[in-house]
Write a protein that binds this ligand. Structure first.
Ligand code: SF4
Length: 229
């Protein structure tokens, strides 16, 4: 299944736009309770206005809140970014640290966020257990666990460490584009032959194809065409 996911989603990547560890850290904090698309709408202006950790540390709270408003929970998020900036300046010379233990001490940075940062800004393999990841690996019966840390441990034992980051992206892509929470596109899913949850969504091909999402929906449908043929 992991190999097939690489074939299905060759374009999988971190969908939060960023160029530096700081930008990715900020974007990941903002992605709580909202979509990556919404964060990407806000981030160009934010990154231009606050290019360094010191800029967040010294930010005018009202101005920052206004910029963050479209992402929801903007007061909490503004607070987290100001504190993040302050701690980075005080403890790390303004740089984002590249170790799990240090990242976890930063405001707004939980284990999931730390894994995103390590995997995508520092090249340290990490499994990102978000809502999609947790739903899919449970559907596949790779684990019965519900706690994200236990899910991370269970899946980590099944896969080579070097694959963790890309595997996470592929699973999240599959969750967003094919294996939806309420109506998974089982009839147009290339994992169907191995999936114990096949049938959780429509198995009728025409109905399932309509459920595929994203810019490569037609290619995703064509992949299963080839299998039927
Ligand atoms: S067969 Fe259905 S439940 Fe299984 S991975 Fe595909 S879409 Fe998800």
């Amino acid at each position: 299944m992991a190999r097939e996911l690489a074939v299905i989603h060759p374009d999988a990547h971190c969908e939060l736009d960023h160029q530096t560890p700081l930008q990715l850290t900020v974007a990941t904090i903002l992605s709580a309770q909202t979509t990556d698309v919404r964060v990407n709408e806000v981030s160009p202006k934010l990154f231009a206005r606050y290019p360094t950790a010191a800029d967040y540390a010294a930010a005018d709270r009202g101005e920052l809140e206004e910029l963050l408003r479209p992402t929801g929970f903007f007061r909490n998020k503004a607070d987290a970014l100001i504190k993040l900036g302050q701690q980075l300046v005080e403890r790390y010379d303004g740089d984002v640290p590249g170790q799990m233990a240090e990242l976890r001490t930063l405001p707004g940075v939980g284990r999931k966020t730390a894994n995103v940062i390590l995997g995508n800004a520092f090249g340290v393999p990490g499994l990102t257990v978000d809502t999609h990841f947790a739903r899919l690996v449970r559907r596949w019966r790779w684990t019965e666990q519900t706690d994200p840390i236990k899910i991370e441990q269970a899946v980590g034992e099944l896969l080579p460490k070097r694959d963790w980051t890309m595997f996470s992206h592929r699973v999240i892509f599959h969750g967003r584009r094919v294996c939806h929470a309420r109506k998974p596109a089982c009839g147009a899913c290339s994992l169907a032959r191995w999936c114990p949850a096949y049938g959780s969504g429509p198995t009728d091909r025409d109905t399932a194809v309509m459920l595929l999402k994203g810019p490569r929906a037609a290619e995703l449908a064509a992949l299963t065409d080839a299998e039927v043929g």
